[in-house]
Write a protein that binds this ligand. Structure first.
Ligand code: NAP
Length: 329
């Protein structure tokens, strides 16, 4: 939307006829989302429309912060209509949608990714108030890495395939669960609770499937790391979200996972909101992870339609964009 406003700027030669048509469309949009905003009437001289619309937007509910334009009521924490929690994805991405600089190099070990003030987990959590954060196993272990071998399981398969929620972990998860699908049993956990203020009261929870190696489930039990079983060959994300809702009464799940996890959520129709903090770098690449990695859409496939809910210009060239998936309650 802000792009349209710039395009219709009176200072933009060659757009003499376009402004009116586009501006009226903008006005309706604003009315729909910001009913309290005093918009210019359609009789306003055409040349003044873009400026007046912009002013109305900035003086109304849209003006919560000098650099923020909000289009609706973002940040809702609610259950989506189908018995699962509301799912928000959050990523930091280059202008070309890359979420890492090179394939096979974890972001947390890559000094080339700009670490910018204010872009913290605390910042993201404040906006969404999740009680469950989803993170992909790809953020902890590289696909090319061979995890250390584990001793054979001592429990029966029947015992191992029961959800495991030790009391100690439940008592420690006072703020929420850092939840990681790991059906292949690849992550060896250094922490059950990560250090630092951001993670106080958050406990690790693993999502597994019936195909997860028994020795891994046994390892989790030995280490008193809780897990939920959902799905067969892989974690069934829909089923897992329902389980999360039932077990923890979670209303909002925030996925800060990589492209594969977010791509799987997107293709399964499980994403309700997408938040991207664009950082001022362009990376390019062929195998470098992007925001959503998923099977290609067929020629008659329809992209997920989004509505912009807010756009915030941040320091050091960052832009925080929030979109809700169209048609979600
Ligand atoms: N910039 C950012 O905001 C950001 C955020 C996160 C990560 N990263 C970076 O991105 C890279 C990792 O991204 P990635 O795309 O390779 O990995 P990823 O998103 O972590 O993908 C792997 C995860 O997705 C799960 N998954 C994939 N497809 C699935 C499906 N169909 N059903 C269920 N679960 C599925 C996997 O589960 P299984 O293990 O069970 O197969 C695993 O937990 C790393 O470099 C990381 O540092 C950047």
């Amino acid at each position: 939307m802000s792009i349209s406003i710039w395009e219709t700027s009176p200072s933009c030669p060659g757009h003499r006829r376009a402004p009116f048509v586009i501006t009226v469309r903008i006005s309706r949009e604003i009315h729909r989302h910001l009913p309290g905003v005093d918009l210019p009437s359609p009789q306003t001289p055409r040349r003044q429309m873009p400026l007046l619309v912009m002013r109305a937007l900035l003086s109304g509910r849209g003006r919560r912060h000098r650099n923020v334009v909000r289009m609706g009521e973002p940040g809702r924490s609610t259950v989506s209509g189908n018995g699962r929690p509301w799912v928000v994805t959050h990523n930091s991405a280059s202008v070309d949608g890359r979420i890492a600089v090179s394939p096979g190099l974890l972001l947390m070990m890559d000094e080339r990714w700009p670490v910018l003030p204010g872009s913290t987990y605390a910042d993201v959590k404040r906006r969404h108030e999740p009680t469950v954060i989803l993170e992909g196993s790809g953020s902890f272990v590289r696909d090319t890495e061979e995890p250390s071998p584990l001793p054979p399981a001592t429990e029966t398969r029947q015992v191992l395939l029961e959800n495991y929620l030790p009391e100690k972990a439940v008592a420690a998860a006072t703020n929420g669960w850092l939840t990681v699908p790991d059906s292949r049993g690849r992550v060896r956990w250094l922490y059950k609770q990560f250090p630092g203020e951001d993670w106080a009261g958050w406990h690790v929870l693993v999502l597994v499937s019936t195909a997860t190696p028994p020795e891994y489930l046994s390892y989790l039990r030995r280490e008193e790391i809780p897990y939920l079983v959902a799905g067969e060959s892989r974690v069934d994300l829909k089923q897992a979200l329902r389980l999360i809702r039932d077990q923890f009464r979670a209303e909002t799940v925030l996925s800060t996972g990589g492209g594969q996890l977010n791509g799987a959520l997107l293709r399964a129709g499980l994403v309700d909101e997408i938040e991207v903090e664009v950082v001022p770098i362009a990376i390019g690449g062929e195998a470098t992870p992007t925001l959503f990695t998923a099977p290609d859409l067929p020629v008659d496939g329809v992209p997920t339609q989004l509505e912009l809910t807010s756009a915030e210009i941040r320091s050091q060239g960052r832009v925080l964009l929030r979109y809700s998936v169209s048609g979600r309650e």
